[in-house]
Ligand binder design. Structure first.
Ligand SMILES: *[C@@H]1O[C@H](CO)[C@@H](O)[C@H](O)[C@H]1NC(C)=O
Ligand SMILES: *[C@@H]1O[C@H](CO)[C@@H](O)[C@H](O)[C@H]1NC(C)=O
Ligand SMILES: *[C@@H]1O[C@H](CO)[C@@H](O)[C@H](O)[C@H]1NC(C)=O
Ligand SMILES: *[C@@H]1O[C@H](CO)[C@@H](O)[C@H](O)[C@H]1NC(C)=O
Ligand SMILES: *[C@@H]1O[C@H](CO)[C@@H](O)[C@H](O)[C@H]1NC(C)=O
Length: 460
């Protein structure tokens, strides 16, 4: 081999050596001379709801942003999806401010508004994960422009149901099968070194259970298992520390558990495994779960979230009540309680009270209608005795909710077109549709029974 040949080889060897040390530096410094070889931290934060009674989801997301920002992530690497109808909502007693705990600091300030209003949808969410700018519809254009050395943190907070997560529009949802498909695509595209996914929603375990492979280098934790509600907390009607005029819940239990844990600890020294234990312990109303690649539980939070210089005078939030005195509220019942509170609060005989009563009665009617129509459909399909057993059946753990996801989507669509939107409360029945698919019910049959159960089409 010629001298030049050796020189080229040596040069190549040097290049590959400099890529070997390509993890994020101990200090999280990512902008050094070996720029290409170093990994970056990226985050995508999303609140999938709107409406003042869902205050807490956007409060959670804003708080998460503050943690990452404090940890040293740059705005260009943090993508925020939030409807943005809370801070300046007429019902907000502190205009322009959002808090995530009683007497908490403003978490809204400085949050980048990448995707707001109708731009918060599943299409843009997938495009942002995949880094596909041309697929975006509106928004800031910020996407996960990540490569094989980067660490990605995704945090999603919203209403959910067996097999899906909500979006602000009632006709949109993130289905488990589609999300997993997107994550697999990102993996094939070598779009990350590793990924951590934190998920708050009812039945959030169903998004990963039996679906998230262990070999994608993704570690996920969820607020609840595949068959239970997740819980709102710091609610005005339960927790005396929350001023009544808020009329809403300020946070979600799993979410504030991981974030207040981050606020109070050194992210350089705490591993995901340790945080999982603490969060699981505090989230006592549901079962916090973990899925995917468990090798990441040994990593430090710092690897994904960065870390602020230590502040030894940090005073963690002290609960003045025992946690057990401050009940948490099932996410499914938050709307009902919100309207109830509005009725109680409005002056007797006022127009406001009249309107609030109407909203409350509408919500009660919607719930009754969903309960009735699903039960009826179950009876029509499987008989009066077996109906409810078939609809509520839970498959053994480790198995996905449903095998035929197209059937699942189609049945929900069929139900909604005959019987009206499921909405947050009705979403508790998505497992029933999965079970109809698993039992081999045909689409024709489903159309017929939906029509029969809901022949007087409600306008909800
Ligand atoms: C970490 O930061 C300190 C001071 O800022 C510096 O002296 C040290 O070299 C850094 N270490 C790494 C691994 O970047
Ligand atoms: C990006 O999205 C566009 C529009 O949906 C699609 O045609 C294109 O194939 C996507 N690009 C990649 C790399 O997936
Ligand atoms: C992950 O494992 C499954 C089987 O368990 C295999 O089919 C798949 O190809 C693997 N994927 C990767 C990216 O290694
Ligand atoms: C779990 O919570 C209890 C009560 O708050 C506390 O005493 C205990 O130390 C916690 N355990 C862990 C592992 O965090
Ligand atoms: C450290 O924490 C205290 C108490 O929370 C706060 O007043 C102070 O501003 C903080 N200092 C820094 C540098 O963040």
């Amino acid at each position: 081999m010629s001298i030049q040949g050796w020189a080229v080889l040596l040069f190549l060897a040097f290049l590959s050596l400099s890529t070997i040390g390509s993890t994020i530096g101990e200090n999280g410094s990512t902008s050094t001379t070996h720029h290409k070889a170093k990994g970056k931290r990226w985050a995508l934060l999303i609140a999938g709801s709107n409406g003042y009674y869902n205050y807490r989801h956007q409060a959670d997301v804003c708080h998460a942003y503050q943690i990452l920002k404090k940890g040293g992530l740059k705005d260009e690497n943090i993508i925020v999806f939030m409807y943005d109808d809370i801070a300046f909502n007429l019902e907000n007693p502190r205009p322009g401010v959002i808090i995530n705990k009683p007497n908490g600091r403003d978490v809204y300030k400085g949050v980048p508004k990448d995707y707001t209003g109708d731009e918060v949808n599943s299409h843009n969410f997938y495009a942002a994960i995949l880094g596909n700018k041309t697929a975006l519809k509106g928004g800031s254009g910020k996407v996960l422009e990540t490569g094989p050395n980067d660490h990605i943190f995704i945090y999603y907070t919203d209403h959910g149901a067996a097999g899906l997560l909500g979006m602000p529009s009632d006709s949109d949802a993130v289905y488990a099968k589609d999300l997993i498909h997107v994550l697999k695509k990102k993996h094939v595209a070598k779009g990350y070194k590793s990924m951590v996914f934190y998920l708050e929603a009812c039945e959030s375990g169903s998004m990963f259970e039996g679906l998230l492979p262990k070999n994608l280098s993704i570690y996920a934790t969820t607020a609840a298992n595949a068959q239970e509600s997740s819980y709102a907390t710091y609610c005005y009607d339960d927790d005396p520390r929350v001023p009544k005029e808020f009329g809403t819940c300020l946070g979600d239990l799993y979410s504030i558990s991981w974030m207040e844990d981050c606020d109070a600890n050194d992210l350089r020294k705490e591993t995901f495994g340790v945080q999982y234990g603490r969060v699981r312990n505090r989230t006592d109303e549901s079962h916090v779960m973990k899925y995917g690649d468990m090798s990441h539980i040994k990593e430090f939070l710092f690897t994904y979230m960065g870390a602020a210089p230590l502040n030894h005078s940090y005073a963690p939030f002290k609960a003045t009540l025992s946690e057990s005195l401050s009940r948490s509220v099932s996410q499914r019942d938050v709307a009902l309680l919100h309207f109830q509170h509005k009725v109680n609060r409005a002056p007797t005989g006022s127009h406001e009270k009249f309107e609030a009563q109407k909203q409350l009665l509408d919500e009660i009617a919607r719930r009754k209608h969903v309960d009735y129509s699903i039960t009826k459909i179950g009876e029509l399909l499987f008989g009066t005795e077996k109906g409810s057993n078939v609809l509520t059946n839970v498959r053994p753990s480790g198995q996905p909710l449903v095998d035929d996801w197209d059937c699942f989507k189609m049945f929900i669509r069929t139900y909604e077109s005959h019987c009206g939107k499921l909405s947050a409360y009705g979403m508790k029945y998505t497992r029933a549709f999965a079970n109809m698919c698993n039992a081999g019910v045909s689409l024709e049959k489903m159309v017929a029974v939906s029509d029969q159960a809901c022949s007087k089409k409600p306008h909800v």
